[in-house]
Write a new protein. Structure first.
Length: 293
């Protein structure tokens, strides 16, 4: 009986595994042509300031518009690309698209807000990455404060000394560094001692699950406090509900990003949010959005 089960389970798992491998292989097979055919599209998710209820900038988030499979989310293909190294090419593509976009707005006489891009920890293996970023941004004549870099918390684990060195060089070059997903898992508070970043992106996992004692809320309040002592503004990411907005406002969180305000959107939409409507109207709208008292 037991043995039968074992064999059945074994058959089940191997079938599942080979399906996984096939899926990954399909992704790998189509990734190179995808880059050439511009199937990767950059979406923008706005960030809002809680003190003035204004858009403060946006994060560039990549999407894959696959001709057969439709829209694929980064959660599916980025881990694959990180395993086979293709992420380096994709990240560069996203940064360049971002630069092209910023350049276009500037040429149109607009005054674009900063855009942050994600940098995979795999890209850190490239010793030349600081030069690569500087050359790219300079070739499009983008002021460096407009091009910000998000590096996920877990990236600081792998080789703290190298990461520290790279972050410092990027900052010396005039780029803002955001520590992404802070509090999501891997690193300890100690990284904040050695690695100087400009902005902390606080993960909303602290809100998750059953928390009648409000322990998550107390931790978030402590994170905001600590960030103030370290002179870092905080962006709360993944904000979905008005109660969260109110709580974040009450503990002095400066910036928010999340579905409650806006989902990642195509550039045409973000452009409208950023430039089209008169300032006063935009302000009123965001005030309604955050339900200010
Ligand atoms: P991330 O950088 O932490 O980006 C935030 C993710 O949370 C995005 O998922 C965003 O769509 C999602 N999000 C935003 N607001 C909410 C919310 O209110 N609720 C929930 N549940 N989710 C929200 P997305 O776009 O699927 O990207 C996932 C991750 O993939 C990103 O996490 C980032 O680590 C990575 N990624 C995306 N684009 C790039 C890229 O161009 N390069 C690299 N290296 N990684 C990227
Ligand atoms: Mg990010
Ligand atoms: Mg994040
Ligand atoms: Mg995240």
């Amino acid at each position: 009986h037991c043995k039968g089960n074992y064999i059945r389970n074994y058959a089940f798992y191997t079938r599942q595994m080979s399906q996984e491998i096939e899926k990954e292989q399909r992704i790998v097979n189509s990734m190179k042509s995808a880059l050439e055919n511009h199937e990767f599209v950059v979406f923008y998710q706005p960030k809002y300031g809680l003190s003035d209820n204004q858009i403060a900038g946006a994060e560039a988030l990549v999407r894959w518009k696959h001709p057969e499979r439709g829209m694929i989310s980064p959660g599916e293909f980025i881990p694959v690309f990180e395993r086979n190294g293709f992420i380096t090419k994709l990240d560069y593509y996203v940064w360049e698209q971002t630069c092209i976009q910023l350049r276009k707005w500037m040429d149109e006489g607009k005054n674009p807000l900063p855009i942050s891009v994600n940098l995979s920890r795999v890209s850190l293996y490239n010793k030349d990455i600081v030069n690569v970023i500087c050359n790219l941004v300079d070739s499009y004549r983008i002021p460096r404060r407009l091009f910000q870099v998000e590096l996920t918390e877990s990236a600081y684990n792998t080789n703290p000394k190298a990461v520290q060195d790279m972050m410092q060089r990027l900052r010396e070059e005039g780029f803002y560094i955001l520590m992404d997903d802070f509090g999501s898992g891997y690193s300890s508070l100690n990284v904040l001692k050695d690695i100087v970043v400009d902005v902390l992106k606080m993960d909303m996992k602290f809100f998750a699950g059953d928390d009648r004692e409000g322990r998550g809320e107390n931790i978030m309040a402590a994170v905001i406090r600590m960030a103030k002592w370290l002179n870092m503004p905080v962006v709360a990411e993944g904000v979905e509900r008005i109660e969260q907005v109110e709580f974040l406002r009450s503990i002095g969180c400066e910036y928010v990003q999340g579905y409650y305000f806006a989902k990642p959107m195509p550039v045409e939409e973000y452009e409208k949010l950023q430039f089209d409507r008169p300032h006063a109207e935009r302000k009123k709208e965001t005030e309604r959005l955050v339900d200010i008292d």
